[in-house]
Design a protein around this ligand. Structure first.
Ligand SMILES: NC(=O)c1ccc[n+]([C@@H]2O[C@H](COP(=O)([O-])OP(=O)(O)OC[C@H]3O[C@@H](n4cnc5c(N)ncnc54)[C@H](O)[C@@H]3O)[C@@H](O)[C@H]2O)c1
Length: 437
């Protein structure tokens, strides 16, 4: 099949590469010439395991190309996949300007049947808006060309995006157009050889499914974070409680980890957008209101712990910080808890040396020289009053504790990801503070 991907970010690039991998002809469009130049030069603008090789392989085979030429992109794909950003507007609603602009650009140029696929996370009713925008553009041109708009929300996880796309748990297709549904079935057939994973539903239900899933995951995290804070006061260990809870198949072990709050480009904005949608329809989503509030507080938990150990005034204090990305295996720092922690420490006069395996370049773009960077985890520790662990990268799981203790000015480790055994840490001579233990 011939596909155009509109928006070559985390979702667009992974989608384009994976669809090319199974033999489709894919043209990826972006309005950012710098991004397209990197891709045309054989690089990739983001860190995502397995993606670079897949992009190279398919580009070399001629199945995956990159462009900033909107005319070429609109003419190319029978399937036009919209994967542009939907950032939060000032009122918390999803800002649809990029989605609508992408739809209009297609409507202004298309000359034959197109299926427009909304892959971006968009509020219920967006497919109707996209349909209307295209209809307006066609009417302006005085032409009648058949087209369909379907919802196909994306569920990939950054850090495992290629794997998730190639082996999806489910593929949601919201469509009221039979021809379009058939095309999407054919498109996704290579990804579900083992058993059917495609769930076809009406467009509005598909749009809501994406928000419902992210809101549920955010709820699990905030719930565990609140319980962790309670466990700490009660003298219980949340890690044992977590295991006890997860053993119940109705609950399950996934996504029950307490930490420093959820971040990233999806949960925060999607929770906000769903609350906004509800309020537009005269409803308050009480659970999600609390989820958001609990998360905002949780992002301050590490900072409160620092203050508890070292006092409010942190002038002259220096901290080693492990992990900047909002989660492991990505360089994405959108809404990362590390940013809130760094901001709080700097505001109290502290200095920071950070280490992250892949996100330091991204951090430099966001923070400039406000903090220092180290080339390795151990190199970040010199003269630090404490080690703060913010992202659970694998390489932090079994470090050289003796060297850590020697390098730190005092043996204080504040662990926002519960990586170590508190008893062992005490035996090793650390003052170890984690989440809910
Ligand atoms: N990142 C994730 O893990 C993830 C997962 C599932 C769903 N989503 C959703 O997918 C959407 C995209 O997210 P992302 O993280 O890939 O965003 P991103 O910011 O990484 O990428 C969006 C890209 O679209 C480009 N763009 C904007 N307007 C354009 C236009 N008119 N034509 C062509 N290109 C245009 C931007 O330059 C940018 O490169 C969002 O709605 C997001 O909520 C993201």
């Amino acid at each position: 099949m011939k596909l155009t991907i509109v928006g070559t970010g985390y979702v667009g690039l992974v989608t384009g590469a994976c669809l090319a991998e199974v033999g489709n002809d894919v043209l990826c469009l972006d309005v950012d010439p710098a991004k397209i130049a990197i891709l045309q030069g054989g690089g990739i603008p983001i860190h995502e395991p397995g993606l670079q090789e897949m992009v190279r392989r398919n580009a070399a085979a001629g199945r995956l190309r990159f462009t900033t030429d909107v005319d070429e992109a609109a003419a190319f794909g029978t399937l036009q996949v919209i994967a542009v950003g939907t950032p939060p507007g000032e009122d918390g609603s999803a800002d649809l300007q990029y989605v609508v602009a992408a739809a209009r650009a297609i409507g202004q140029r298309m000359n034959d049947y197109k299926v427009i696929i909304d892959k971006s996370t968009v509020p219920v009713g967006t497919a109707d808006r996209v349909k209307a925008a295209i209809a307006e553009e066609l009417a302006r041109r005085g032409v009648e060309i058949p087209y369909a708009v379907v919802s196909n929300p994306e569920f990939l996880k950054e850090g495992a995006a290629v794997e998730d796309f190639m082996r999806p748990d489910r593929i949601i297709v919201g469509s009221d157009d039979e021809r379009a549904t058939l095309l999407l079935r054919a498109l996704y057939q290579p990804f579900q050889r083992n058993h059917e994973r495609l769930i076809v539903m009406d467009v509005r239900s598909a749009e809501l499914t994406k928000y419902a899933a992210n809101a549920m995951l955010a709820t699990r995290i905030s719930f565990m974070n609140e319980l962790a804070n309670l466990a700490e006061r009660l003298g219980a260990d949340i890690e044992l409680v977590r295991k006890g809870m997860g053993a119940d198949p109705r609950i399950g072990y996934h996504f029950l980890y307490p930490g420093v709050g959820y971040g990233g480009s999806c949960f925060p904005k999607d929770v906000k957008a769903l609350r906004h949608t509800a309020s537009e329809h005269g409803m308050t989503l009480k659970v999600l209101t609390a989820v958001e509030q609990a998360n905002a507080e949780q992002k301050q938990v590490l900072l409160h712990k620092v203050v508890k150990h070292l006092g409010e005034d942190l002038r002259g204090r220096h901290f080693a910080l492990w992990g900047l990305a909002f989660k492991p295996n990505t360089d994405d720092m959108r809404e990362a808890p590390s940013l809130a922690i760094i901001e709080g420490l700097l505001a109290r006069g502290a200095t920071i040396t950070a280490y992250d395996p892949v996100a330091m370049e991204e951090s430099k773009k966001l923070l400039g020289d406000k903090i220092a960077y180290a080339k390795s985890p151990l190199a970040a520790l010199g003269q630090a009053d404490a080690l703060l662990i913010v992202t659970e990268w694998k390489e932090f799981r079994s470090p050289d504790f003796d060297t850590i203790r020697q390098l730190l000015k005092q043996p204080l480790v504040i662990d926002g990801r519960n990586l170590y055994d508190p008893k062992l840490m005490r035996e090793l001579g650390f003052d170890y503070d984690a989440i809910g233990r």
